[in-house]
Design a protein around this ligand. Structure first.
Ligand SMILES: [Zn+2]
Length: 124
């Protein structure tokens, strides 16, 4: 399962992005964009994240995954379209001279941290 490696990468980046002064924090959500070409199965990634994030600063956070469709563009006729499978030929002019515009990303978009004020209130 290559999702485990990806989950650990996400955790590493997320933990590193939390300012030291704010720790310990309660991270509520981590939003990630995952391109469909990365062949990540969202449920597997969520499961791996849950397992791997235990005992880290992002334990208990929810991983919100947005799948980015694979979009290709033809270098010959500039036609672009969304791929639903491995079709590596222009759908307009049948040229094989195409490139992938999106679908390969694996990005952390944002991290939602529980506000300190709320946390203090909850502890009362
Ligand atoms: Zn074309």
């Amino acid at each position: 399962m290559h999702e485990m490696g990806i989950a650990m990468q996400i955790i590493e980046i997320a933990v590193a992005s939390i300012p030291e002064a704010m720790k310990p924090v309660s991270v509520e959500k981590i939003h990630v964009n995952v391109g469909k070409l990365s062949a990540v199965i969202p449920d597997n990634l969520k499961f791996c994240f849950e397992v791997a994030s235990k005992d880290t600063d992002v334990a208990g956070a929810e991983l919100c995954i947005r799948e980015i469709p694979v979009v290709a563009e033809c270098n010959d006729c500039q036609f672009n379209w969304t791929l639903n499978g491995p079709a590596f030929q222009c759908q307009s002019c049948q040229s094989g001279n195409i490139r992938i515009l999106s679908g390969q990303e694996l990005d952390i978009v944002s991290i939602e941290i529980e506000e300190q004020e709320n946390r203090l209130k909850n502890e009362e």
